[in-house]
Design a protein around this ligand. Sequence first.
Ligand code: BG6
Length: 490
Amino acid sequence: MTTPTTIVIFGASGDLARRKLIPGLYNNYCKGRLPIPFSIIGYSRSEIPQKDFQDRMCAAVKEFSPSSFDQAKWDEFAPSLDYTNGSFDDDVAFDRLNEMVLAKEDVMGGEGNRLYYLSVAPRFFLPVVQQLDEHKMSQERDGLWRRVIVEKPFGHDLESAKALNRDLHRYLKEDQIYRIDHYLAKETVQNLLVFRFANTIFEPVWNRNYIDHVQITAAETVDVGHRAGYYDSSGVLRDMFQNHLMQLLALVAMEPPTSFEANAVRDEKGKVLSAIRPLTDETLAKHSVLSQYDGYLEADGVADGSKTPTYAALELFIDNWRWQGVPFYLRSGKALKKKTTEIIIWFKQPPHLMFPIPDDQEIAANYLAICIQPHEGLHLRFEVKVPDTDADMRSVDMDFHYSDEFHQSEIPEAYERLQLEALEGDATLFTRSDGIEAAWAIIDGVIQRYAQDGSPPVGRYEIGSWGPQESDDMLGRDGRKWKHGCSDHN
Ligand code: BG6
């Protein structure tokens, strides 16, 4: 990567730029992974002198990536940071931005590649792309690329996601658009692909013959906090399910791609997402639970009587040969007991038990726990004989913890990896238009059904709990239980 490269961050005065984007770029620079020469331009509405912008970003890296901060390195990096302000549909401000990009390119030795990062509210996605087009800033030529990273939320429902795809395609080719989902850049999520497809021992049992059910949990302890305004119009189904949880499900359930190439992987993900059986008016109450934590309605920014769910659990089925009849239980919520993201592959009971155990006891089934955060690792649980007994059994874990095998500093921040992949033109970890729409089709179906008269009620749950009783009941009816908290194996 030796072609001059300019990275423009729209929304550079926002939280994401401070917490993730600039620390990510700085870390990539320190690791020698940014193209050289490069230039980074922040663009936002606020007026910020260039020096102040650099100082703010320096403070951000110290705060959000303290272990990698090094003053000497920062002093090398900081001069590449520039800033200009304007609104996202302001012609004159985009003239200024264009001139700034061209001037930077002149200094770097000529026209180069450009990466535009849309870290802005969704209503500005299209205006920014239109401005880039009008100013001839997004047209590719002479082998020089122009790529646009689009943050979430990508659409508010299926219709708006389709419309946004259509609109973006008026100005950009699909291979210029990088729709980001930061879950796909988590090391442990990427490890799912390696785990499934670089080992032979798991794939033969990865199907309806051996797997009883799958649980996917993304639990958070934080409440909606200062994001209540945004959150109330979104809710957990849009905020966590349509993107992160559906992507996790796709990685767990997809067929083996023929190569680790962006379209090969995305084809398989698309296929499995479109094989998910939609919930219907008949199955909604049985296969979904929506709930709100106590006190949500009192938060600043939440509408009176809001029915926005902060917790959801869904039971989904995939209509294909591999997964017919295997429930996938997905849940996510705010203000829960623990911050944890995990996938549990629950295997079937042995078909016949030759050991004498009391009638009211069952032998525990094996499971594989894939812990995505915060204790990244894998646990395989199986039964062993308790020593000095006839045939008493106990469950034990075979464990792999990332922190035992790799230094924590080897695990990069999610955004670091995504920035690199976008710079390298590898879209494997980014969602294609059909993938976004397939995920919306399922989740929007649930949202629309809950908006109808006579839909099941949105319940309540206690802050600091594992969610509403109805969610336990949903699994309980099938004789199953949620497993809570990968790290402590309870
Ligand atoms: C974001 C959601 O996409 O993911 C937030 O908008 C949520 O509401 C966050 O808190 C969770 O991400 P992580 O990486 O902390 O699990």
